[in-house]
Design a protein around this ligand. Structure first.
Ligand code: S3P
Length: 167
């Protein structure tokens, strides 16, 4: 059986750490799309945004995400904006189990503040407001994922176990 699981949700919601845990439990490969983009272009995400622009990043993101859905069992952690792309979303909805990792914006803002990974689309001077307004735009799209996990106060082990139940 094809078990491709795709994790979506806001920056800082825990997609990568949950994804690694889930992949380990399932005995399949874990793939982080941002890492794949950095590897392909040989640049950090923040430098891609700065030097080549968001449009360039989104084009590479589209190709990499779509190519990754190739029928092989794996767990994929998407960049927080990827699911907003209609072409990416349609492929994911058709060919994988998509999961929205839903975390309260205050927790997200706190995590992003201490994260080493810089997110170019955030306004770090007003982090909580920035997270809140991006979420307001995105939640209607994240809701289109097949499964929603309320993940604010759960361990990654518990979240991974909940996702596994649906496979
Ligand atoms: C983005 C999220 C980031 C990264 C880029 C843009 C977004 O990934 O792809 O900075 O638009 O939400 P994470 O969700 O892993 O932080």
């Amino acid at each position: 059986m094809n078990n491709t699981v795709v994790l979506t949700g806001m920056m800082g919601c825990g997609k990568s750490s949950i994804g690694k845990e889930l992949a380990e439990q399932m005995g399949v490969k874990f793939i982080d799309t941002d890492f794949e983009i950095e590897k392909k272009i040989n640049m950090k995400i923040e430098d891609i945004f700065k030097e080549k622009g968001e449009g360039f990043f989104r084009k590479i993101e589209e190709k990499i995400c779509i190519d990754l859905i190739d029928g092989k069992s794996k767990v994929i952690s998407l960049g927080g904006g990827a699911f907003l792309n209609n072409k990416i979303r349609q492929v994911i909805l058709k060919k994988s189990l998509s999961v929205w990792i839903d975390v309260n914006y205050k927790i997200i803002a706190k995590r992003l503040k201490s994260s080493k990974k810089l997110r170019p689309i955030l306004n770090y001077a007003k982090l909580e407001d920035s997270v809140k307004s991006i979420l307001k735009e995105r939640v209607p799209v994240y809701k289109l994922a097949t499964l929603r996990i309320e993940a604010s106060d759960k361990t990654k082990k518990k979240i991974a176990a909940e996702i596994k139940k649906y496979l």
